[in-house]
Write a protein that binds this ligand. Structure first.
Ligand code: FO1
Length: 309
């Protein structure tokens, strides 16, 4: 069995960790968002790819869910003392990775090739693909101005009311090698519990990817990022209310209409099962909070079982 997972950062990485504990890593392809990618102090940063790398490589900061455990911040402190920006935290070890990535990108290597090499060096057996090797930047139009993702999310703490989300560069981007093939041939496709607009949206905006998902013969299951009307992390609940009037598994399913056949929702939202059924979605409710490794495995197992139905 082959499984392909569309993935953002923290929630997706925890889900992938659960999946890796159940099936062989060679059975898994992750297609990861690059809409959060940006440059800071000359470094090329790919936060969602790095969150997957660090989580599956056993290096991630366990509470934060991003960045590395046991970090120091000497480089950033020294930079800040010289007037450099320090609103985006870059630990010393993390900077080591960014130096190598930036150097190799500068020498003309593709992001997908560098990512595959990092995955191999960190002992990660899954196939880890950026959605595209081309630049895509998630832009948020808000009352306070138009911001790239990290400015909106980290610098301004995602407090601005969002009017529109754009994926700059996506229309000209090509899916990375292997992405469309994985979507077409996988026995199961999974949309991870990531932000539908800010993490999955930029993946689906790359021409060909949404079509490949819609044309699949096998099941495609989404895992809800919403529990009881609230996002587990970040502004997904506010964006769903802004664009669909309500933050619930049903509006997530509406957002993914024509793309998904199945949906795993949280026990807190059991009452939504009937509404999802009316939308033609086969759904099941379990405890979806992935606080420890047992919970991650439980959520991943529930998706594999649901997709059999
Ligand atoms: N998220 C924050 O909230 N604050 C930060 O300072 C921050 C730094 C950071 C550095 C490297 C990295 O890989 C991720 C980092 N993140 C940080 C997370 C990042 O903003 C992600 O894009 C979001 O969590 C969305 O997935």
């Amino acid at each position: 069995m082959q499984v392909v997972v569309l993935a953002g950062g923290v929630g997706a990485s925890r889900f992938l960790a659960g999946l890796v504990s159940l099936i062989r890593p060679e059975q898994i392809t992750a297609v990861v968002n690059v809409g959060d990618d940006f440059e800071q102090l000359g470094l090329q940063i790919s936060p969602d790819l790095d969150t997957v790398l660090y989580t599956l490589g056993g290096l991630v900061h366990p509470d934060q869910g991003w960045g590395r455990a046991d970090e120091s911040s000497n480089a950033l402190s020294a930079a800040a003392a010289l007037g450099g920006p320090d609103w985006f935290f870059l630990g010393d070890k993390d900077i080591g990775l960014h130096l190598v990535r930036t150097n190799r990108l500068g020498a003309g290597e593709r992001l997908s090739s560098i990512t595959a090499d990092f995955a191999r060096r960190l002992g990660i057996g899954i196939r880890l693909l950026p959605s595209t090797d081309d630049p895509v930047t998630t832009m948020l139009e808000t009352l306070g101005g138009t911001f790239d993702f990290q400015t909106y999310f980290v610098r301004r703490r995602h407090t601005d009311e969002v009017d529109a989300v754009r994926y700059e560069g996506a229309a000209e981007a090509l899916p990375a090698e292997g992405v469309l093939d994985a979507l077409a041939t996988a026995d199961l496709a999974i949309i991870a519990p990531s932000n539908p607009f800010l993490s999955i949206g930029p993946i689906l905006a790359v021409p060909g990817i949404a079509d490949a998902l819609a044309e699949r013969r096998g099941p495609t299951a989404a895992v809800t990022p919403i529990i009881g009307g609230r996002a587990v992390k970040g502004p997904a609940d506010r964006l769903l209310r802004r664009f669909y009037g309500e933050a619930s598994p049903v509006t997530v399913a509406e957002h993914y209409r024509d793309l998904i056949t199945h949906m795993l929702i949280d026990s807190a939202d059991q009452d939504e099962l009937a509404r999802l059924k009316a939308h033609g979605i086969r759904a099941q409710a379990v405890d979806t909070l992935m606080s420890d490794s047992a919970a991650r495995a439980r959520v991943a197992r529930a998706v594999l079982e649901l997709a059999e139905r």
